[in-house]
Design a protein around this ligand. Structure first.
Ligand code: PLP
Length: 238
């Protein structure tokens, strides 16, 4: 096995253990492999080990990687944008990605919907929630999440799938869990709101290498793991 295949197996094992501890079905949590700063060879190695969903933060880098992987004959992969996106980059996201996790204002959502090519399925969208007002300033405050969800759900080329959050790193499990549970509460509030456009609202994108166990305990359905699969990054995370 390559190191990446080995790491992937360890992450899957860790997810299964967290599910068992939380009394959850392991099939209810999916793994998004965060490949930012790593080249197409690393993505291909993960794909060869069965991984299909990949998360990227830097749009230009991601688009180049996608093209390189097609050239290399990689299997069809699913691409998730998980980085902050300025208005002038929404077109690239709409044209190249399957999922977008970081929608935090209506203007970005409107642009993504208008720019989504007609021949593609709707862009799968999560709303980013800022639960702690922390360093990662992007994300909508919890009290504004429902209104934004309604706005996204009404857009024709977007499919509202859930909420995403990047809570501030916390040293201990209990603190991580408390933050994650606040995101879960927002998720449940929107789900219970009963508006239209919520038919596919099933995704809680929560948890990274350091805190995926607490995230799964809090109900995450998609953990986003970079370091645990690909190793440490030379460039800092965004
Ligand atoms: C980089 C990043 C990850 C992965 O972080 P690791 O700690 O390397 O697992 C997950 N989510 C987002 C939004 C990221 O930017």
């Amino acid at each position: 096995m390559t190191t990446i295949a080995d790491n992937l197996q360890q992450v899957r094992d860790r997810m299964a253990q967290a599910c068992a501890a939380a009394g959850r079905d392991p099939a209810s949590v999916s793994l998004l492999a965060v490949s930012k700063t790593f080249g197409p060879e690393a993505v291909l190695a993960a794909a060869q080990a069965g991984q299909r969903a990949f998360g990227e933060n830097y749009i230009q880098e991601a688009v180049e990687k996608m093209a390189a992987l097609r050239q290399m004959g990689a299997p069809v992969l699913q691409w998730h944008c998980i980085g902050p996106v300025q208005s002038n980059k929404t077109r690239l996201v709409a044209e190249h990605f399957d999922w977008m996790h970081t929608v935090d204002r209506a203007k970005i959502a409107e642009r993504l919907s208008a720019q989504r090519p007609a021949h593609l399925p709707p862009l799968q969208v999560c709303i980013q929630i800022n639960v702690d007002g922390g360093l990662a300033k992007s994300g909508v405050p919890p009290e504004e999440a429902l209104a934004l969800a309604r706005a996204v759900a009404a857009l024709p080329q977007l499919c509202l799938r859930g909420v995403m959050s990047i809570p501030e790193p916390a040293p201990d499990h209990a603190t991580q869990l408390a933050l994650h549970q606040r995101v879960r509460a927002v998720f449940e509030q929107i789900r219970a709101s009963g508006g239209s456009g919520l038919d596919h609202f099933d995704t809680l994108s929560l948890g990274m290498t350091a805190d995926l166990d607490a995230a799964i305990q809090a109900g995450s359905t998609m953990v986003r793991v970079g370091t645990g699969i690909f190793g440490g990054r030379a460039r800092p995370a965004v």
